[in-house]
Write a protein that binds this ligand. Structure first.
Ligand code: ADP
Length: 397
């Protein structure tokens, strides 16, 4: 069956059409600047060249219409008609406490996702617009919602509660939820399979290091802790997000810089992280690494602070798990920046971890980068969130 995977943002929409038999993508692309001047659709059929087409997209329905047109057109389309798309899987950012697993979309599910809008005001409404647009254009095709938060719903209370008055949890559901769950679930299960180990009898730590970044502790196939919180701002230092900090800093900056709370939060989300630490040099680790090698002190500071935070989270999750068998690195930085893996693992000698630098410098596939005598296996496992969404969708339809 061909499954269309949709990841809808407020002004963008990523898509992939995946053949569930081969588990390979047959077309993929991105619509950008939806609802703005200069909208474009990028479309790549498997084995073909990327096409970039400017086309007005006043709303997401028009964007989805263009995606379906690209997938079915005579010249570069990959299916004859929409009947060849068996199901649609939608990535939904926040499922609150309501969704601990993926679910087939119906009116009740849509209403329940809407109830989580408060928790993810930038993401969930956009995800819902994507669902609505698809339902209009493909009314008979079954659709599935796959939640970023679902995998983390197994966290125990002691891991998800903040040290705040309990009534805020009761009244507003303020607690830690965690994100990137689809990736943490996929990578941890796939790593166990790749390593030939029993997923249900294994202590793992997964470091998802992309633009957004989070760590999770997975015990016997279930998440027991993760670094992101009520929102994706908590935890690691990220590309442009601050991660953990003293909450009193928010008022301090607001007073000193004469900013509103939402302006300060904008700084914490968009101008901080390695971007801010490096003196606004870049949030991209390729730039930071080359600047560091050229002797740029702030680039070095950003890299060191970033890796130190990752190592501290790993240390705390070793405590949460009372040990660890496997540590996985994944996502843009985790998969492609050997220097980050080396710098993180330098803190982990006390666990008996040693890294094989030849393996660490290889790229591309699943790979073990620890030495044979390392007490803990360290592996690079490329994530594939689209495939994970397609699998969840197939399983439910
Ligand atoms: P997201 O999906 O969160 O947008 P990704 O997982 O694609 O992010 O990660 C993107 C980041 O990965 C880039 O910003 C960059 O920092 C890093 N990255 C990508 N390729 C490389 C590379 N070859 N070397 C170092 N870092 C890389």
């Amino acid at each position: 069956m061909n499954i269309l995977v949709i990841n809808c943002g407020s002004s963008s929409l990523k898509f992939q059409l995946i053949d569930s038999d081969t588990e390979k993508w047959i077309a993929k692309g991105l619509c950008e600047r939806i609802g703005m001047e200069g909208s474009v659709i990028n479309y790549t059929p498997v084995g073909g060249d990327k096409e970039v087409t400017k086309s007005p997209m006043p709303d997401h329905t028009e964007a989805i219409r263009l995606v379906l047109e690209a997938l079915t057109n005579d010249k570069t389309g990959v299916v004859k008609n929409l009947d060849e798309i068996g199901a649609v899987g939608h990535r939904i950012v926040h499922g609150g406490e309501r969704f601990a697993s993926s679910t087939v979309i119906d009116d009740k599910v849509i209403a329940a996702i809407k109830e989580c809008n408060d928790l993810a005001p930038l993401h969930n409404p956009a995800n819902l617009i994507g669902i609505d647009a698809c339902r209009k254009l493909m009314p008979k095709t079954p659709m599935v919602a796959v939640f970023d938060t679902a995998f983390h719903q197994t966290m125990p209370e002691k891991a998800y509660m903040y040290g705040l008055p309990y009534r805020y949890y009761e009244k507003y559901k303020i607690r830690r939820y965690g994100f990137h769950g689809t990736s943490h679930a996929y990578v941890s299960a796939h790593a166990a399979e790749f390593l030939g180990l029993d997923y249900n009898n294994l202590k793992m730590i997964v470091c998802h290091l992309g633009n957004g970044a989070s760590v999770s502790a997975v015990k016997n196939g279930k998440c027991v802790d993760t670094s992101m919180g009520l929102t994706p701002l908590e935890g690691l230092i990220m590309g442009t997000r601050s991660g953990d900090l003293d909450p009193a800093i928010i008022e301090f900056i607001a007073n000193k810089e004469n900013m509103t709370l939402s302006e300060v939060l904008n700084v914490l989300n968009k101008k901080s992280g390695v971007y801010g630490l490096s003196g606004d040099l870049s949030s991209d680790f390729r730039d930071l690494e080359s600047a560091h090698l050229e002797g740029n002190k702030l680039a070095t500071l950003a890299l060191e602070t970033y890796c130190y935070r990752v190592a501290k989270y790993i240390g705390s999750y070793v405590a949460a798990l009372n040990g660890v068998d496997v540590i996985c690195f994944t996502a843009g930085i985790g998969e492609n920046a050997p220097i980050v893996r080396t710098m993180v693992c330098e803190y982990l000698g006390y666990l008996g971890i040693s890294i094989d630098e030849t393996e660490n410098n290889k790229r591309g596939d699943d790979n073990i980068i620890s030495t044979k005598d390392s007490k803990v296996i360290v592996a690079v496992i490329p994530t594939n969130e689209e495939l994970a969404i397609a699998r969840e969708t197939l399983a439910l339809v």
